[in-house]
Design a protein around this ligand. Structure first.
Ligand SMILES: O=C(O)c1cc(=O)[nH]c(=O)n1[C@@H]1O[C@H](COP(=O)(O)O)[C@@H](O)[C@H]1O
Length: 281
């Protein structure tokens, strides 16, 4: 096979070697204050560097939340560029959480911003919204295939408001969320050991046995910690698909800063709980 190694294969290896935990880099103003940092670019830079130095050499995935960097304009985006680069250099895969979604021709530009090899914000994967129609994402799918990167498509989100759209029943009797999962199954068909086109499915959602989560790609599962889910919930929520789950914890880890050792210990506790939960299935 020619071309770069696909994201799904790289992610599977990282999950096997490091465990599947994803730590979110979400520099909320309230966390900057708790860490004794100023709510400005200097505080943002210190916060992000501390998280990267504490955990990027041990967790499979880091997920910077773009909004908390964009808040500071171009200088915040420059910090985001450095964060992505340093996290990748330390061996973590970076999922850029920017939740992009637009009509196809504009979607192509969003994809180039994060998934083109020469982009300053080049990341291993990007979160995207399919709610302008799944097909609107096709330029991002095409570029991801070319550059060996991936997408995480919002399917069943962790927030309580998501249901009015995602659980809505279409004319064919399927829910909108199930339809998104179906598109991803087609995208990932035949990809071994794991497809590159993942779904975002909240860990907060309870029993999802009415959904076919086995769509051949990874499942990014936010909601553990601050939103109330625990690692122990994962088997009940995801069933057999739990082996493809990348659980995300942001504030649940970040609130242990600014001490790097405390951050690392918190991430390792979550990683251990996740390992035990996955092994129980
Ligand atoms: O795509 C996401 O990452 C995401 C999807 C979703 O359904 N719910 C959700 O919480 N997220 C993100 O996951 C992170 C959760 O943060 P904590 O609640 O602090 O662990 C935030 O960056 C959210 O934007």
């Amino acid at each position: 096979m020619t071309g770069p190694e696909p994201f799904g294969a790289r992610l599977r290896r990282a999950m096997d070697e490091r465990g599947p935990l994803c730590v979110g880099i979400d520099p909320h103003a309230s966390l900057l204050a708790e860490w004794g940092l100023s709510d400005d670019v200097t505080g943002l830079e210190r916060f992000s560097r501390t998280v990267v130095e504490a955990v990027a050499d041990r967790v499979a995935v880091l997920k910077p939340q773009s909004a908390f960097f964009e808040r500071f304009g171009s200088r915040g985006v420059a910090v985001l560029e450095t964060t992505v680069r340093e996290a990748r250099e330390a061996g973590a895969l970076v999922v850029m959480d920017a939740k992009r979604g637009d009509i196809g021709s504009t979607m192509a530009a969003y994809a180039e911003s994060f998934l083109h090899r020469d982009a300053p914000l080049f990341s291993d994967a990007l979160t995207v919204s399919p709610y302008l129609g799944y097909g609107s994402l096709s330029p991002a799918v095409a570029l991801a295939r070319e550059t060996g990167t991936g997408l995480f498509v919002l399917a069943l989100t962790s927030n309580p408001e998501g249901g009015e759209v995602q659980h809505a029943i279409r004319a064919d009797g399927r829910t909108v969320g199930a339809t998104v999962l179906g598109h991803l199954a087609v995208e990932n068909a035949g990809e071994e050991p794991l497809g590159s086109f993942g779904a975002v499915v909240g860990a907060t959602l309870g029993d999802l046995s009415s959904y076919d989560l086995d769509m051949g790609g990874p499942i990014l599962a936010p909601g553990i910690g601050a939103q109330g889910a625990t690692a122990a919930d994962l088997p009940a929520v995801f069933g057999g698909a739990v082996r493809n789950v990348v659980p995300n914890v942001s504030r649940g880890v970040l609130r242990h800063g600014p001490d790097a050792v405390a951050l690392r210990d918190a991430a390792e506790r979550f990683a251990e709980e996740v390992r035990a939960a996955v092994a129980s299935v």
